[in-house]
Each structure stands twice: as structure tokens, then as C-alpha cells.
Design a protein around this ligand. Sequence first.
Ligand code: GNR
Ligand code: NI
Length: 138
Amino acid sequence: MSKLTILRYPHPNLHKVACAVTAVDARVQQIVADMFETMYDANGVGLAATQVDIHERIIVIDVSEERDQPLVLINPELVWTSEEHVSNEEGCLSVPGIYDAVDRPERVRVVALDEHGSRREVEAEGLLSRCIQHEMDH
Ligand code: GNR
Ligand code: NI
């Protein structure tokens, strides 16, 4: 495992659009492990690969208090968003010190691959929903 460097605004690579992962193999699993190490070290609740200068659709999330509920989303797609929206404060590890309210759908359903390449569907609300949407925006 190795900790990766988180790009900070206004690094131009933060604007790059990530490509789909074509195979969930050992290379991708190493990226996932390194992203978790980086996210936990930074006390973040989520991290998108773009933030560590890897331009592939890979997201790691852990919104649990105990930091023991890792969630991996590869090639995520939103398949449903609620009509109801909610506004809440967001921060970003790539924009340290800045927090502002962002209006988003309250609940989402996302389909993605996990770290083993298995398709999974997650329905989320609250911080998890917000975090999934924030990471997908990266
Ligand atoms: O650590 C993070 N906290 C957070 C709080 C509210 C909404 C979204 C987030 S994501 C952020 C980590 C980050 O920058 N991920 O891209
Ligand atoms: Ni962010």
C-alpha cells in the first residue's frame, strides 16, 4: 500500500474526465487499496481517482464513524434520483478550507462494480447519498 498525493485546486488535471475501467484486475485493486489509505489518512469520507491523478472511474467511500465500512464503486451510474432535493454543507479534500451548501437529490440508486468486479446496486440517503454524488461529480 502507498499513500497517494491529493491534487488541490486549481490543478488542471482535476478537470480531466475519467475513463471507464475495462477490467477489475490486480492493478485496479492496488489503486483501490492506495486510495483507501490516502482517504483514511486525510480523514475524508470519500475519494475519487481523479483527485489522485488517476483518470479512471474509481471511487472509495466510508461514511461510518468507526471507519470500518469501506465501499468501492467502479464505473458508477446513477439509475434513479429522488424528486426531493436537500441542501447541505460540503467540503472537498481538493479544495481545503472551503465549505458551502450544495443542493442535491436526497436519495439516489447507483449501479457499479465492486472491487471484485461484481455488479452491485446501492440505494443511499443522507451523507452516503451526498458523498456518492460528490465523488461522481469529480
Ligand atoms: O471528506 C469529504 N467530506 C464531504 C463532506 C460532505 C460532502 C462531501 C464530502 S466528500 C469529502 C472528500 C472529498 O473531497 N471527496 O471527493
Ligand atoms: Ni471532493
